[in-house]
Write a protein that binds this ligand. Sequence first.
Ligand code: DGY
Length: 334
Amino acid sequence: MTNRKKPKVYITRKLPDAVETRMRELFDAELNIDDSPRTQPELVAAVKSADVLVPTVTDRIDSALIEQAGPQLKLIASFSNGFDHIDVDAAAKKGITVTNTPNVLTEDTADMTMALILAVPRRLAEGSRVLTDKPGEWPGWSPTWMLGRRIWGKRIGIVGMGRIGTAVARRAKAFGLSIHYHNRKKVNPATEDELEATYWDSLDQMLARVDIVSVNCPSTPATFHLLSARRLALMQPTSYIVNTARGDIIDESALIQCLRDGRIAGAGLDVFENEPAVNPKLLKLAKDGKAVLLPHMGSATMEGRIDMGDKVIVNIRTFFDGHRPPNRVLPGRT
Ligand code: DGY
């Protein structure tokens, strides 16, 4: 791209220094050094002037915003795996290409899912609080104190057996869990054999039979409140639910009610319906040891963020070199 005018690239959030430096070298990049979330008027100004918008999951790139984009905006290169924050169909109608950053978050997100799968039944957060919140008050080991539930030998039901779901299944199998999954279609026979996985075409049937439910599907209109009050009620009272995908896949109010009533034993949540707001009732449940809550940290590793930045850069460069960017999000997928 040496002798060509550099594309004007507007980045909505602070990215790792290595990514920002490379972007400055390659593009006419407007950075957000102090990481203050961009307001909607700022985003409007950006889509009227930039050639490329680089949003993240915290920006709402809806049809109203896309409608106001100037003709120079050609690419929305999202710094994210998920693209539920972008109206991809509205972008396509305006002739704007959308890309995301798949694959590079898979292992990190699966690690965090596994961490929550362990944390809730084994009471990690509660145990840690015993030492940090009441220093010196630990009376010492006791045979009947702080007992959790065994992971090994239990059944996990994975809702959404895509890249992340499969990576969770591999980890879970290594921890001695037997793998069950619900997906639109069965995974290929080699993966099913490797994981010794049991497929359920009925989500309802699976929920009633597993000990731990892991939510790993994308957020789309079809998965909104997929784990509804009716479905949560199918789960066993000794079972746990973990969500590292998107908050709105679970009906959060219904989940709170189930946890309060003891109809589900516990929840590990990295995502929430109204992020960054977290329902105070969930905070109370966390204090009571019924939930472990994390602030959307599933993919938060330095390596992962740099890999995501590299993907954004490759998508932008490929696009402006006149080729199809590798991580195009096709309309009609949301
Ligand atoms: C994404 O990129 O979709 C993730 O949710 C960020 O962790």
